[in-house]
Design a protein around this ligand. Structure first.
Ligand SMILES: NC(=O)c1ccc[n+]([C@@H]2O[C@H](COP(=O)([O-])OP(=O)(O)OC[C@H]3O[C@@H](n4cnc5c(N)ncnc54)[C@H](O)[C@@H]3O)[C@@H](O)[C@H]2O)c1
Length: 326
């Protein structure tokens, strides 16, 4: 059955890929995005676009919508440390306004982009949703605050809600891919080196207690992630706030990712060993058991080489600007 969905932040990386999946599945999609970090051309063909802020969502939300998929947020960890007020205002204040607008319009289903950053320093090798949440940045804290807000909204007002806690999202889907400014994610940074836009990659720490001394992270293909959102819409239950980690359950070290980028691009990708960054845990890997069990989600693109190849294809074609409709 086709539905009508509001996708906040649908001009950004993850939101545009999910919006595209929804359009391809035959749903009616409206993207609400203020283009603060997003790109108009990332909004997929077939979706309606509103240039506006989630703080004013009440202007556009009405009872004709079946659900909101909420991606709009600021997400630079370093910036959040320097300017925490910007993160509290947009991520928490903006979501409060969105929840108010949803309640007023009678839109009672929400899928929210939460993050592994809500956990902070991991207490176990394979993180489950039962692990303690102790974020180490205002960004992570703002996302955790929203998770708490949603739990209250579900309990008090019957919202059907799913928070998906993404680990490291990577790869591309057709003309939708990753371009943050400034870029802070490892794979696009490495691809900038391969494209000649950056001289080398900094490896932050090679003395961690991991097999090759570099940090280990869980990379999940953005298209696998998108599929989880469609499953979450179906699984959402009135009065329940379901929280699911989304990762492959496999860790890859920074060094393994660098080697994979060298192999895929054929570029030597020089590396510079830099000191550890404060707050960077040695290993961050998801247990996705709950997402398998509750959403029926199964990633099909877990192979690192495939993830890098898709991201490389997107980066080489001018970050989606060359063939916007392919
Ligand atoms: N990319 C990752 O690896 C990752 C990991 C964990 C969680 N997340 C979360 O997923 C979501 C999407 O991340 P992304 O990487 O696609 O980021 P992005 O910056 O590419 O996309 C965010 C989008 O939200 C829009 N936006 C921001 N504030 C807005 C507002 N007040 N009103 C309307 N639009 C607004 C931006 O213009 C942008 O298009 C974010 O909530 C982020 O915290 C991302």
């Amino acid at each position: 059955m086709s539905g009508k969905y509001l996708v906040t932040g649908g001009a950004g990386y993850v939101g545009s890929v999910v919006a595209r999946h929804l359009v391809e599945a035959g749903h009616s999609v409206t993207v609400l995005d203020d283009l603060s970090t997003g790109f108009r051309e990332a909004v997929p063909a077939g979706a309606e676009f509103i240039e506006g802020r989630i703080q004013e969502a009440a202007r556009w939300l009405d009872a004709s919508y079946d659900a909101v998929l909420h991606f709009a947020a600021f997400s630079q960890v370093g910036e959040s440390v320097a300017r925490p007020e910007k993160y509290w205002s947009n991520n928490v204040g903006g979501t409060m306004a969105l929840l108010d607008a949803m309640r007023a319009a009678g839109v009672r289903t929400l899928v929210f982009s939460s993050t592994a950053a809500t956990y902070g320093e991991p207490a176990s090798a394979l993180l489950t949703e039962a692990d303690p949440t102790a974020p180490t940045s205002p960004y992570g804290a703002s996302k955790l605050a929203v998770d708490h807000m949603i739990t209250g909204e579900a309990a008090a007002h019957g919202l059907a809600a799913v928070s998906l806690r993404y680990f490291n999202v990577a790869g591309a889907y057709g003309s939708c891919g990753e371009r943050h400014d400034p870029e802070s994610h490892l794979i696009p940074l490495l691809l900038q080196v391969a494209l000649g836009e950056r001289e080398s990659i900094s490896v932050f720490g090679d003395d961690y207690p991991t097999p090759d001394g570099t940090c280990v992270r869980d990379y999940i293909h953005v298209a696998d992630l998108a599929e989880a959102h469609l499953l979450a819409l179906a699984a959402a239950t009135a009065g329940e706030h379901l929280i699911c980690n989304l990762g492959n359950g496999n860790g890859f070290s920074v060094r393994e990712v660098v080697e994979t980028v060298r192999k895929v691009t054929g570029h030597p990708v020089p590396e510079v060993i830099a000191g550890r960054r404060p707050g960077d845990p040695a290993v961050l890997v998801a247990s996705a058991a709950r997402a398998h069990e509750r959403l029926g989600w199964q990633p099909s693109r877990a192979d690192l080489e495939g993830i890098v190849a898709d991201a490389w294809d997107f980066a080489r074609r001018g970050h989606g600007r060359e063939n916007p409709d392919d």
